[in-house]
Design a protein around this ligand. Structure first.
Ligand SMILES: Nc1ncnc2c1ncn2[C@@H]1O[C@H](COP(=O)(O)OP(=O)(O)OP(=O)(O)O)[C@@H](O)[C@H]1O
Ligand SMILES: [Mg+2]
Length: 252
């Protein structure tokens, strides 16, 4: 399969055109989990963080994950992000089965197909907004001019074209989170995983981020967002609850 990185042509708008034509059930599935478990051994204790999760997520969905602390949300996000492997069961990202994939395959997925937005922005304070976004392209084999073009495009996408030379301390909270989103999408990933993307923001800034997330989703990006914020979950096309390692669909 040719990735957008390889052909340099595919834009999110191209994907969006394809998406609009296909009803959800007929879209390709991005994730397929079957009986996925994750247990942690702690001295003489075994913690069952995920207990047999069955889940399918199609391209272009906006999925929210809510639930009590310790319920398994971060554990699930780590599996989806190819940062971890299931203890048993299977997790497919496209055609790749994460439990048996090689480390090189997991690295490729993380660098080409998955964008992350962490809680608390995670921007490097000494770098400008543009340099923070550019960092995500470190592993991509692109020449300097193409990198510069991609960074400018990503900043423009999150409406920060005029703030590329600002350092994080010179940006508002909402703007910093938009830089973090630009950094996650600059690789043109298939999936965006976000852990509490509005956790540190006031209401106005939260709405700003929500509008941006919805725009990206409409363009075909698959969004999976862990959130305690019911306003965020309310905008998702599918709402999941994760408690005691069990996923339930609470979409109304
Ligand atoms: N590395 C680890 N070693 C042992 N136990 C762990 C580890 N990571 C998580 N756990 C346990 O697994 C369970 C699920 O944790 P997880 O971090 O996924 O919860 P969460 O839903 O993200 O919670 P929060 O809302 O507080 O972030 C918890 O009981 C936790 O103590
Ligand atoms: Mg967590």
């Amino acid at each position: 399969m040719t990735t957008p990185e390889q052909n340099g042509q595919t834009t999110m708008t191209d994907t969006a055109t394809t998406m609009a034509a296909a009803p959800r059930a007929e879209r390709p599935s991005v994730y397929r989990l079957e009986g996925a478990t994750r247990t942690y051994s702690q001295k003489d204790r075994i913690v069952k963080a995920l207990t047999g999760v069955d889940l399918e997520i199609q391209e272009g969905e906006f999925v929210s994950i809510q639930g009590p602390t310790g319920g398994g949300k971060s554990t699930l996000l780590q599996l989806l992000g190819a940062l971890d492997r299931p203890s048993s069961g299977s997790v497919h990202l496209g055609d790749v089965e994460l439990a048996t994939a090689s480390s090189a395959q997991l690295n490729r997925l993380r660098s080409e197909e998955i964008g992350f937005v962490f809680q608390g922005f995670n921007l490097i304070p000494t770098l400008t907004a543009a340099e923070n976004v550019d960092m995500a392209l470190e592993m991509a084999r692109l020449d300097r001019e193409e990198r510069r073009r991609r960074v400018a495009q990503a900043l423009e996408h999150v409406n920060l074209a005029d703030r590329g030379d600002h350092r994080p301390s010179e940006l508002s909270g909402g703007q910093q989170q938009r830089v973090a989103i630009a950094r996650a999408i600059v690789k043109r990933p298939r999936v965006l995983l976000a852990d509490e993307p509005t956790g540190n923001l006031d209401e106005g800034m939260r709405d700003e981020i929500l509008v941006l997330l919805e725009t990206l989703c409409a363009e075909g990006l698959t969004l999976i967002v862990v959130t305690h914020d019911s306003a965020v979950a309310g905008r998702a096309t599918r709402r999941l609850r994760l408690a005691k390692g069990v996923v339930t669909d609470i979409t109304r």
